[in-house]
Design a protein around this ligand. Structure first.
Ligand SMILES: [Zn+2]
Ligand SMILES: [Zn+2]
Length: 269
């Protein structure tokens, strides 16, 4: 079953999660059991993909076989009630690395989730803009010359380039940069230039047939989804296919924010 059919037929799925293979806190076995107990019919593992830059959050290429073997084992173990998918949250870094490259196209996984976490600065140095605000504000000052608009525009440019290069089935948290950027400038999402970047991403994703994720990971702590709720009307108007994902890093959070997202989504349908 492809992911469009899954998200169109049930709410009991999650296509984005992390485990001990990257920066998740629990084992694949523990997460799968928690997902099963939460009534999930479809569950995907999406470790942060290997990247050719230094990053402690990303899985090592040398562990890929071990990861895929554990996916196969859990697929069989839960096949009576839950489909387990092997996937990757593939970092788009530029033309040279993303869901479109041969390595990921040839990998025996069930679908590809593409996300942007790294943003190239004015010198082309890739900087991880995900994670805590304290770290982000240090990078903004020292890495990007305090040019917040540059970071935000470059982030969206990376998202658009990833969609242009293709090879992904699911677009992860497409406005994630807004979490940190809005803490630097609370007005940033009200800017016309910002909104037009969001429009570009939505139009590109819809025209290329990519499923757009609504990421619920931060909802419990920050009351915000990625993409932000303010853009959901645009998603519906554009006819986007949406997937609600917890991006869980802990067994206790496999369905965190899921019910809240679906309650809000029902207002649009
Ligand atoms: Zn991510
Ligand atoms: Zn993730």
């Amino acid at each position: 079953m492809n992911i469009v059919d899954i998200v169109s037929s049930t709410e009991n799925y999650n296509l984005h999660s992390h485990t001990q293979f990257c920066d998740g806190r629990d084992s694949m076995e523990e997460i799968a059991l928690a997902a099963r107990n939460a009534g999930m019919e479809y569950w995907a593992f999406t470790p942060h993909s290997p990247v050719p830059v230094e990053s402690s959050c990303n899985m090592r290429m040398s562990r890929m076989d071990e990861y895929l073997a554990e996916c196969s084992r859990l697929k069989s173990l839960h096949s009576d009630v839950m489909h387990v998918f092997a996937s990757q949250e593939i970092d788009y870094l530029g033309d040279f690395w993303g869901p479109h490259v041969d390595y990921f196209q040839k990998l025996p996984i069930d679908f590809r989730l593409g996300s942007v976490h790294f943003v190239p600065n004015q010198d082309g140095v890739l900087i991880d803009c995900d994670g805590r605000f304290e770290r982000f504000s240090g990078y903004l000052k020292d890495g990007f010359g305090n040019d917040l608009r540059y970071v935000v525009e470059k982030y969206f440019e990376q998202v658009l380039n990833m969609l242009e290069r293709g090879g992904l089935d699911l677009l992860g948290h497409f406005d994630k940069i807004a979490g940190n950027a809005s803490m630097s400038d609370p007005d940033i999402e009200n800017q016309e230039w910002y909104e037009s970047l969001v429009d570009d991403v939505i139009n590109h994703a819809v025209s290329s047939g990519v499923v757009i994720e609504i990421n619920t990971k931060a909802f419990a702590d920050k009351s915000r989804f990625y993409p932000a709720e303010r853009w959901w009307g645009k998603l519906f108007d554009a006819g986007a296919v949406l997937a609600v994902d917890s991006d869980a890093h802990y067994a206790g959070k496999v369905v965190s924010g899921r019910m809240e997202a679906y309650d809000r989504l029902r207002k649009f349908s």
